[in-house]
Design a protein around this ligand. Structure first.
Ligand SMILES: Nc1nc2c(ncn2[C@@H]2O[C@H](COP(=O)(O)OP(=O)(O)OP(=O)(O)O)[C@@H](O)[C@H]2O)c(=O)[nH]1
Ligand SMILES: [Mg+2]
Length: 267
């Protein structure tokens, strides 16, 4: 097998070993082989083992979707606008929310659920007397799911709240498949990540209602091509509104707040 002739598995996964890639199959098994697999191995001396598999992601997502619909009904019933903020780690979700709570949140009551694998750092950064905040730590899970949101909401004081921001775990892949019951999915792309990310990670951009191009204050210093990034977003996510923002200088934030205000459920 070579990089020019990669092995492609049935599920489309492509493996292209490059220089230095490990080829020795010395990985320890994490658990003893089941009787079924041991028997299949013994019955196939040339290595032509047939292993049947179940697609466990289907029931998992079905369960999530049912819970997501329950969340959505709950949010709509309370007159809450729920937004799910997703991005790579460090694209600026918490910083944007800090400023949004301080400015927009002064006269529109907001609450926040924030997810991370570990630490309550972001929850502490977002904590404000006028906004109820709860941190969800997922341990090893790379996304929030609808069940976590249902439990997280119980930890919030939603009295008078009109907006619920959900800051997802920083990850550009896993959160794409998990509906949380939000009305609006916000995808952040920062200038520090490069212009090509929408082309490389299309599912999350395809699911966006709005894409925020963040950290535009440093775009020039980074040689970041804003026009090309916007062209790439439009290619993958023609349905999404695009807003260019800087949480540092405040550029574009008035447009972001106007976007939120226009979508507040009628009281
Ligand atoms: N120059 C500049 N830096 C920013 C801006 N927004 C955020 N940052 C910086 O980017 C870094 C990451 O910001 P966070 O808000 O913590 O990013 P995040 O998306 O919440 O990160 P995770 O929760 O770990 O996924 C911090 O050092 C911020 O100060 C911005 O608009 N301009
Ligand atoms: Mg954060």
């Amino acid at each position: 097998m070579s990089a020019e002739n990669p092995a492609i598995a049935d599920d489309g996964v492509r493996i292209s070993p490059l220089n230095g890639a490990a080829v020795s199959p010395t990985r320890a098994l994490s658990a003893p082989l089941s009787a079924e697999i041991s028997a299949a191995l013994q019955a196939s001396p040339k290595g032509e083992v047939q292993v049947r598999s179940l697609d466990l992601s289907i029931p998992l997502l079905e369960r999530n979707d049912i819970l997501a619909e329950r969340n959505r009904g709950y949010f709509l019933g309370r007159g809450l606008l729920a937004l799910n903020l997703v991005s790579s780690p460090g694209a600026g979700k918490t910083t944007l929310l800090e400023r949004t709570l301080d400015e927009f949140g002064k006269d529109v009551r907001c609450a926040v659920l924030v997810g991370d694998l570990e630490t309550d750092n972001d929850g502490r950064r977002l904590n404000r007397p006028h906004a109820s905040v709860a941190q969800i730590t997922t341990g090893t899970v790379c996304h929030l799911d609808a069940g976590m949101i249902a439990r997280g909401v119980e930890a919030l004081d939603l009295t008078g709240a009109r907006v619920l921001f959900i800051e997802n775990v920083g990850n550009l892949v896993c959160p794409a498949s998990f509906d949380l019951g939000e009305q609006i999915r916000v995808v952040l792309l920062s200038t520090t990540e490069g212009e090509e990310k929408p082309l490389k990670y299309p599912p999350i951009f395809k699911s966006a209602h709005v894409v925020l191009l963040t950290k535009v204050d440093v775009a020039d210093a980074l040689g970041f091509n804003r026009a090309l990034a916007i062209e790439n977003i439009r290619k993958i996510a023609p349905q999404a509104q695009i807003i260019e923002v800087s949480s540092r200088t405040g550029e574009g934030l008035a447009q972001w707040y106007a976007y939120l205000r226009a979508r507040l459920p009628k009281q």
